[in-house]
Design a protein around this ligand. Structure first.
Ligand SMILES: Cc1cc2nc3c(=O)[nH]c(=O)nc-3n(C[C@H](O)[C@H](O)[C@H](O)COP(=O)(O)OP(=O)(O)OC[C@H]3O[C@@H](n4cnc5c(N)ncnc54)[C@H](O)[C@@H]3O)c2cc1C
Length: 388
């Protein structure tokens, strides 16, 4: 019998789950209280990075995802996603920083990432500040337009028979054996399901609770700056080596280390700050000024360029900074796919394939559950079965 799957959340992660599950022949319904990609997906920059990830479970998922972005671009058309495999250039500001960056890159290379030391960085990025001692080129780093990517994946899921419904998921419905049998929407209806995928991003903790399977997912605020459109000036994703330490840090205070990249429309994106301030939506001009100053240090031409806007969003993070992907042992039929922090766009296709492999009980498109056990929800559960 065809497996009925309800995916909660139509962000890029939910869309990728729907795409893979529907491609595998499942009967998929995606439900979101808002529009496609209207959550944190519309607040990201679209970096698909291997360069910023330490060897370990997240890099394993990133490598899988990177291969699946190529597949998705081939299947859906690269323009539908604005997929640009432009490569990333990480630069150091001191000789000491460069040695650390190259040692980090060597560990990544041993884990299967392509990383090429570069001495003459200005050959690759002519407008970089003078005096940059060197860097590392990561040819596999890429870029997508996140909302277009979510929409394209969801459209492809619909072509495979999936449905998209608006509505807020209020609760899980379970049978006498404790297995999930559907979800109740705030409007009062019940969507029947053999399995429910929690792809609610920063709200994954709350949706997990409503499904009887809470997980801890918290918001980490970030601002992104957008310049006026320019002729092409920045060729790669360019960022300073400090960025990696900032991403991995558990510091609650403000952290900024900018990533600079051009877009097809000509705007330059400058992202992103990291702060743990709950869901506080206040615009913070000090953060904008700090990011802008860092970007100008990397690319001095930006001093004469206007910013046209700044936007912010809330990255969904788990306490150990790894996404939670896989079946919840407390409620059979509930699968989590959330908590991707600042990498959910890049990690979406791998997550969708991995969730589908869990649903099928066998590997799917290169995703083998046995190879990604570090992402399972079990890691948060105490012996009493509660989420800490
Ligand atoms: C400033 C910033 C920059 C970033 N840059 C990048 C980047 O360059 N590269 C990258 O890979 N990542 C980046 N990220 C992170 C990335 O945006 C997220 O990890 C990713 O978008 C998460 O996608 P998602 O589908 O899990 O969540 P979301 O896009 O938030 O989707 C979750 C959906 O669930 C829905 N929902 C919630 N509760 C319910 C409910 N009860 N019922 C129904 N629907 C519900 C919401 O409406 C929402 O549409 C950035 C984030 C920020 C904030």
């Amino acid at each position: 019998m065809t497996q009925k799957v309800v995916v909660v959340g139509a962000g890029v992660v939910g869309a990728a789950c729907a795409f893979h599950a529907a491609s595998a022949g499942m009967d998929v319904t995606v439900v979101d209280r808002g529009p496609v990609g209207g959550g944190t997906t519309s607040r990201g920059e679209g970096n698909v990075l291997l360069s910023d990830k330490e060897p370990g479970p997240e890099l394993d998922l990133a490598r899988l995802s990177r291969a699946l972005w190529d597949e998705a671009a081939g299947e859906l058309g690269p323009d539908t996603l604005e997929f640009e495999p432009k490569g990333g250039l990480v630069v150091a500001s001191t000789a000491e920083g460069l040695a650390e960056l190259r040692a980090f890159a060597a560990r990544q290379e041993a884990a299967g990432v392509r990383a090429e030391p570069v001495d003459r960085v200005h050959d690759l990025e002519p407008h970089l500040a003078p005096g940059v001692p060197g860097g590392v080129l990561y040819p596999q780093d890429a870029q997508v337009q996140p909302v277009l990517a979510a929409a394209a994946l969801l459209r492809a899921a619909v072509r495979h028979g999936a449905r998209f419904r608006n509505g807020e998921v209020a609760a899980g419905v379970t049978g006498p054996d404790g297995r999930i049998t559907g979800v109740r929407t705030a409007a009062g209806g019940v969507l029947p399901a053999d399995a429910v995928v929690n792809a609610a991003g920063t709200w994954g903790g709350e949706v997990g609770r409503r499904l009887g399977a809470p997980v801890e997912v918290l918001p980490r605020r970030g601002f992104v700056l957008v310049t006026e459109p320019l002729p092409p000036m920045v060729r790669h994703k360019v960022y300073s080596a400090d960025y990696v330490a900032n991403v991995a840090s558990s510091d609650a205070g403000l952290e900024t280390s900018c990533v600079v990249e051009g877009t097809r429309g000509g705007t330059v994106l400058i992202g992103a700050s990291r702060e743990r301030v709950g869901f506080d939506t206040t615009m913070n001009p000090a953060v904008v000024a700090r990011l802008a100053a860092q970007a100008c240090r990397l690319f001095p031409f930006l001093r004469d360029v206007h910013l046209i806007r700044a936007y912010r969003g809330f990255r969904p993070y788990c306490p150990d900074h790894l996404p939670v992907v896989g079946p919840d042992p407390r409620v059979p039929g509930v699968f989590h796919a959330c908590g991707h922090e600042g990498a959910g766009i890049g990690l979406a296709p791998g997550t969708g394939a991995l969730v589908t492999a869990h649903l099928l009980g066998r590997p799917w498109r290169g995703a083998d559950p046995a190879a990604h056990t570090g992402l399972l929800p079990d890691r948060f559960l105490t012996s009493k079965g509660a989420s800490e």
